[in-house]
Design a protein around this ligand. Structure first.
Ligand SMILES: Cc1ncc(COP(=O)(O)O)c(C=O)c1O
Length: 471
């Protein structure tokens, strides 16, 4: 049976999905009878499910990926042409789209030099960890193997990347973890640690990294891996002063700075990369989701020439190079899609649009904050925006995860898909996450904010009724 994208029986698909597909991050019990939502079509910033319902997508494919929106025939055409011309040959050799995309990408990343391809954000981060560990063996007698990560950051789903993840609920039950990954404190000013009271928070939070390095021994710490703006951990932009101080600390202790741009990369925050807002120069940058906006699987681990050079030194010519491979990495649909994706971002001025619509969205959410006391904090950059909900603004007691689930359900019933911190922390699954396509218009923002307004009003009303009935 040949597959025909336009020829299927909706009920049959829903039933096959219900009976055979194991969904990601999903407790299946509630869907045993009904089945889950099956998405059958996307166009621009809208998607449709198998039952014919239309949705405005405010999280770019649920996990902040489809930066240039759905239905881009120019990307699909490039991928098709590439596949019929040359679908696969391992990255032990070169190929046309990988070479061309690498050049284009490096043009956008002054100070960076080399691109190593793989297929997912987790894999890109794993490659970075392997690079750091191998440098520790090559240059530092096997000592600088420790990799620091930050409380609340997420770096992936494999055991090593979970070992580098500061989210309890994502890690829970998957240990034991890989040794030599060490956590540093978060830098969420809204939830500033008690010790930081009265201090310049950006500097204080960065200095906690120095404390950890000193406690571990600088001779043992090879790298620190950080999201430029924490995404799934609740949309946390580090406060002013944080990044330059982090860079200073890294230089002081010869610690490589690895920035995880899996969410922020490719325009999401209004610049090509999130770190470019903060005037810092990383040693390693990883990226995935928006690189090809989900039209093909691709991720990149980008390094400076200095990092790359370490692997050319023939300390042991048989073993000294980077002995890593990823069967599908860089071959060939991914870079072909990425080339056109990047061209679209440039031609349609999507960096500027992300900034403009992001500012508009945040302003409208600040208006909502004056109306709904459940909203404790509105934050983010470009089209990466978070709304942290609290029981009351004085105590900042987080709302229960069920409140966020109810708001997301209400929005969905009104045709808008929003995101949320999803089983990340025990008490802090209280943030609504918004990361729409960079093509969003003012009208899209208005529809999204109206849906949020209705949902928060409805849920707040129900919470008040419940409180009254208990009293
Ligand atoms: C910051 C960050 N890094 C890494 C990953 C892992 O990427 P992937 O799911 O493609 O492996 C994610 C996924 O959400 C992420 O948000």
């Amino acid at each position: 049976m040949a597959y025909n994208v336009n020829d299927f029986d909706s009920l049959d698909v829903i039933n096959s999905d219900r009976d055979h597909v194991w969904h990601h991050l999903t407790q299946h019990k509630p869907f045993e009878k009904t089945g889950s939502m099956v998405i059958v079509k996307g166009e621009g910033v809208k998607v449709w499910d198998a039952k014919g319902n239309e949705y405005l997508d405010a999280v770019s494919g649920a996990v902040w990926t489809v930066n240039v929106g759905y239905g881009r025939t120019e990307i699909a055409d490039a991928v098709r042409d590439q596949l019929v011309t040359m679908n696969y040959f391992a990255q032990t050799a070169g190929n046309v789209p990988a070479a061309q995309f690498s050049k284009q990408l490096i043009d956008k990343m002054p100070g960076m030099s080399r691109v190593y391809f793989s297929n997912s954000g987790s894999e890109a981060n794993e490659k970075a960890f392997k690079i750091v560990r191998q440098i520790a063996h090559k240059k530092y007698g096997g000592k600088k193997t420790k990799i620091l990560y930050r409380d609340r950051d997420y770096h992936g789903t494999t055991i090593a990347t979970l070992s580098a993840t500061g989210q309890f609920e994502r890690r829970n039950q998957y240990g034991p973890f890989v040794p030599d990954f060490v956590e540093v404190p978060h830098c969420c000013e809204y939830r500033a640690q008690a010790d930081a009271a009265g201090k310049d928070y950006g500097i204080w939070a960065a200095d906690q990294i120095e404390k950890v390095i000193l406690a571990e021994g600088p001779e043992t710490v090879g790298a620190i891996c950080l999201e430029p703006i924490t995404a799934g951990g609740g949309v946390i932009e580090p406060p002013a002063g944080y990044w330059p101080r982090v860079q200073e600390i890294c230089k002081k202790y010869d610690v490589l700075l690895h920035i995880d741009e899996v969410v922020c990369g490719l325009g999401r925050t209004g610049k090509w990369f999130g770190y470019q807002h903060f005037g810092i120069q990383p040693d390693i940058v990883t990226m995935a989701k928006g690189v090809a906006s989900g039209y093909a699987a691709i991720s990149c681990t980008v390094t400076t020439e200095a990092v790359f050079d370490a692997f050319k030194e023939d300390d042991d010519a048989r073993m000294g190079y980077f002995r890593d491979i990823s069967t599908f990495g860089g071959c060939t649909a991914g870079p072909a899609a990425a080339l056109v994706n990047m061209e679209i971002i440039e031609n349609e001025s999507l960096l500027e649009n992300a900034q403009t619509q992001g500012d508009y969205l945040k302003a409208k959410l600040q208006d909502l904050k004056t109306k709904h006391t459940l909203i404790g904090d509105v934050r983010g950059k470009g089209l990466l925006v978070g709304l942290e909900l609290v029981m009351d603004r004085q105590s900042k007691t987080p709302v229960d995860e069920s409140v966020i689930v109810a708001i997301a359900g209400h929005c969905m019933a009104n045709g808008v898909i929003i995101g949320r911190t999803n089983r990340s922390f025990k008490e802090f699954n209280n943030t609504i996450c918004l990361a729409p396509a960079l093509t969003y218009t003012k009208e899209n923002v208005d529809q999204l904010v109206t849906a949020l307004d209705d949902a928060i009003a409805d849920v707040a009303k129900k919470m008040a009724e419940e409180t009254r009935s208990i009293a």
